[in-house]
Design a protein around this ligand. Structure first.
Ligand SMILES: Nc1nc2c(c(=O)[nH]1)N[C@H]1C(S)=C(S)[C@@H](COP(=O)(O)O)O[C@H]1N2
Ligand SMILES: [Mo]
Length: 351
């Protein structure tokens, strides 16, 4: 890992906090501990005049107030959300952006209206290929002034579980998570889930906005189109065992039976197993995987009992899913430092 991050990266890190990894203890992440990523500023929204506009290639354009949305049939889904840049500081050479270690993740119960229901109400026209979701927040990125906008293919939305959420963990969305309404797309990296929604526009060609055409693509060179980033690759993380040293965060664990536990998730298929290593990945043993208590869109718990004897160790955990995706042992570089799901390594001294 690079030893120095810049003042610019610190500015981003101070605004966009991660989930402290000890919060992996909770099935559902308390809202204030859920990670946060906001490219520009949190917009000032007046709920009384706010409307969701649904337009473009639809039979019946809609303009819905928050009360009108809340009056419709709502569903609640537990969803593990992760930023595509999670793990970025571990790739070499260093990528300058939001400097996530491994904490850009959280699980919440999002409540709202299925996107599919709203699209059905508006009546999607035959020619519509994608829906563009536009946020109220504006900024400049890549020298382009823009609103934060992303699109998804219409057919995915019509048979998918995507939600227009107005509640998180039983309370109205707080400003930082997209009040009054946000998109939540289970299984996809976080950039898909547009906050502070103002508009859904059905279009007949692939959306070419900055966050789609340039950002969130796996590219090795600046001038190649690259592969778009979509669903979440498998990852497991452990609750840091023992106690931390204040400045270095190095862990100190007492000798004896040590319960190691954590969570594992994948947006690509069901998590099938988690393996644990206490010797930096030279040897592995299976962890016990907990039941999928939160449903198929959220993480699962796992645990492992370690007979810890004095000395230095490197603890690792590694998840794999039913589609055969497994966490790599070492990070792979790309221009944006995206989708680095290499195994977590935690240095521990047993005393
Ligand atoms: N309008 C808007 N939506 C957005 C963003 C943003 O900057 N503006 N950031 C995206 C990114 S990159 C991520 S990872 C998630 C983070 O959601 P959270 O802050 O609620 O955890 O929101 C996504 N939706
Ligand atoms: Mo993100």
């Amino acid at each position: 890992m690079s030893e120095v991050i810049s003042l610019q990266e610190l500015q981003l890190a101070a605004r966009n906090h991660g989930m402290p990894l000890e919060a992996l203890r909770w099935d559902v992440t308390p809202v204030g501990l859920h990670y946060l990523l906001t490219h520009y500023d949190i917009p000032d929204v007046d709920a009384a005049t706010w409307r969701l506009e649904v337009g473009g290639l639809v039979e019946r354009p809609l303009s819905l107030s928050l009360d009108e949305l809340r009056a419709r049939d709502a569903v609640e889904l537990a969803v593990t959300m992760e930023c595509a840049g999670n793990g970025r500081v571990h790739v070499e050479p260093h990528v300058v952006s939001q400097p996530w270690l491994l904490e850009a993740v959280g699980t919440a119960r999002w409540r709202g209206i299925p996107v599919a229901a709203v699209l059905a109400e508006a009546g999607v026209r035959e020619a519509a290929l994608e829906a563009v979701f536009t946020g109220l927040d504006r900024g400049v990125e890549g020298e382009e002034e823009q609103a934060y906008e992303r699109s998804l293919p219409v057919d995915r939305l019509l048979d998918g579980d995507a939600l227009l959420a107005f509640e998180v963990n039983g309370a109205p969305l707080p400003p930082q998570h997209g009040f009054p309404l946000r998109l939540v797309v289970p299984g996809w990296y976080g950039m898909t889930s547009v906050k502070w929604l103002s508009r859904i526009t059905l279009v007949d060609e692939p959306f070419a906005g900055y966050q789609q055409r340039h950002s969130y693509r796996v590219r090795l060179e600046e001038d190649e189109p690259g592969e778009p980033i979509t669903t979440i690759a498998p990852r497991s993380l452990m609750i840091p065992p023992g106690i931390p040293e204040f400045l270095t965060r190095a862990r100190v664990v007492e000798a004896g039976a040590c319960e190691i536990g954590g969570r594992a998730w994948s947006g690509r298929a069901e998590v099938e197993g988690v393996d644990v290593s206490v010797d930096g990945g030279d040897s592995w043993a299976p962890a016990e995987l907990g039941p999928p208590t939160l449903g198929r869109h959220a993480w699962r718990g796992w645990r492992f009992t370690w007979d810890a004897t004095p000395g230095p160790y490197e603890l690792c955990c590694r998840a794999r899913d039913a589609a055969g995706n497994e966490q790599p042992l070492a990070p792979e570089w790309n221009l944006g430092g995206y989708v680095n799901n290499a195994v977590q390594r935690v240095a521990v001294t047993v005393v």
